[in-house]
Design a protein around this ligand. Structure first.
Ligand code: SF4
Length: 475
């Protein structure tokens, strides 16, 4: 992500997307490539694919978007029946090239590669233990710590080694693991991050962060990798092993519903698109404002704006056109273009807001650096009033489970009232959906992490730790 992108984006940063494939007689590298393409929204900083042919393992990874990292040449060099892939936004460990995943090493049990979505909250301690045991580490990533722990595990089989390590890992992990002749998909017992598995049309199997990626590959019979499970994708039928008892209650990330997942993902058995529409409906119930038009901040707020409009009777229309690709480049804009900020990313459809009282629906306000400029764009286009409606409560606490929201000080709602934020962004009104309203839309009373809204973390966290905590030793 460029500095310019940081100026024009104010959503929590997605963590990562993972994919795992076993497909005999198929070009698994290309399948992984297209699967990762469907997960690009979960991480845009780096990508990698590791492949095994049953004897040897090969890998290619680099910083950049998937289409920038891979070309026909690099994919042609990755031959085999088993593959894992990863697309990355940095969580633990900065965006340095050495943190790009998968991590691949040679072990006493054969080659091993790992791709991880999430963040361990006890990685500092685990890392220290490895260093004290004389294990050298080359990156600041918790995924390397997990890889080294797997390599050192003494048990008989990979399944047992993974299970043994899972007992020590505390935090969020949805993993794809590649060995010489197997792909494993494993998920933490809290179920923080999504992971699902399906049957490929050719008879093999695929695992991915989101159902949309599995549909891209033509998968059927899709199911979640349940919290605490290890699923083995290999020559044998899909083998499911409940390695750890699921935590009670579970702690699925509620933000998957609000922002991270693509609309077409099925999360906790529910369509994300439908949950987002219900978030909009709940906002209607909690707002009492007269307006002429409802507009979404594209893309994640579109279903909520549809739901809002449907229940309130206020017409829905497009207010912004987003250039999805302007920040997705490593070319920094000129200074004069940079000053245009969000105006480079969003154009207003003037005639849809001119002389209108506008309700602008957005998924979240994190640092608050884009809400004000978006309101200004609407006012410059002739909007009479701009009322902002957010499909979740104020974000007051950072996430330690793999989502970059910054620290307490970075969060606009930490230590500020809604009235103060409304004034700061120059809105005519600002409404956040209540916690109760959000959970009504999700349709669950428990089983979800809501810590960034409440400060009640489902696992013990070290409030002092920051995501670049390991960076000190790597300068
Ligand atoms: S703190 Fe927020 S973003 Fe992090 S896992 Fe919990 S709900 Fe998701």
């Amino acid at each position: 992500m460029t500095d310019f992108d940081k100026l024009t984006e104010d959503s929590p940063k997605e963590e990562c997307g993972v994919i795992g494939i076993f497909a005999p007689n198929e070009d698994v590298a290309r399948m992984a490539f297209f699967g990762l393409f469907a997960l690009q929204h979960r991480g845009q900083e780096a990508a990698g694919i590791a492949v095994s042919n049953g004897k040897t393992m090969s890998m290619y990874k680099n910083v950049g978007l998937i289409s920038q990292v891979f070309g026909p040449h690099t994919l042609d060099g990755l031959k085999g029946h088993y593959a894992i892939g990863h697309t990355r936004y940095s969580t633990t460990g900065s965006s340095l090239a050495r943190n790009v995943q998968p991590f691949m090493i040679e072990t006493i049990h054969g080659p091993l590669a790992l791709g991880h979505n999430g963040n361990l909250v006890n990685s500092t301690e685990l890392r220290q233990r490895l260093l004290e045991d004389g294990v050298g580490l080359s990156s600041s990533s918790d995924t390397e710590v997990m890889t080294m722990m797997l390599a050192r595990a003494k048990d008989e089989t990979w399944n047992e080694r993974i299970q043994c390590c899972m007992k020590e890992w505390v935090g969020a992990y949805s993993l794809v693991i590649l060995t010489r002749d197997c792909v494993y998909a494993a998920r933490d017992p809290w179920g923080f991050r999504p992971l699902c598995v399906g049957l490929l049309p050719s008879g093999g199997y695929a695992a991915a962060s989101e159902t949309g990626a599995l549909h891209t590959l033509g998968c059927e019979a899709i199911r979640e990798v349940n919290p605490g499970e290890i699923v083995t994708l290999s020559d044998n039928a899909l083998v499911v092993h409940q390695a750890l008892k699921p935590h009670e209650p579970l702690a699925r990330c509620v933000f998957e519903n609000i922002y991270f997942a693509r609309h077409d993902h099925v999360w906790d058995g529910q369509s994300v698109h439908h949950v987002r529409q219900r978030l909009g409906e709940e906002l209607t119930r909690e707002m009492n404002i007269q307006a002429d038009v409802v507009i979404p901040v594209p893309d994640s707020s579109i279903p909520a704006a549809i739901g809002f409009s449907r229940l309130s009777g206020i017409p829905y229309n497009d207010g912004f056109v987003k250039n999805r690709f302007v920040g997705r480049t490593f070319i920094e804009p000129t200074d004069s273009l940079r000053k245009r900020g969000v105006a480079m990313k969003y154009n207003v459809i003037n005639e849809n807001v001119l002389d209108k009282r506008v309700i602008m629906i957005d998924d979240s306000i994190v640092r608050g650096n884009t809400t004000g400029p978006l309101i200004k764009l609407l006012r410059n286009a002739g909007a009479k009033e701009v009322h902002v409606a957010i499909t979740c409560p104020p974000i007051t606490h950072p996430c330690f489970m793999g989502v970059d929201m910054g620290s307490h000080e970075d969060l606009i709602a930490h230590k500020r009232t809604v009235v103060e934020i409304c004034r700061m962004v120059d809105a005519d009104s600002l409404t956040y959906l209540s916690l109760e309203g959000m959970m009504r839309a999700v349709g669950r009373t428990e089983g979800y992490c809501q810590a960034c809204f409440t400060g009640r973390y489902p696992i013990e966290v070290d409030l002092e730790s920051i995501k670049t905590g390991f960076e000190k030793s790597f300068g």
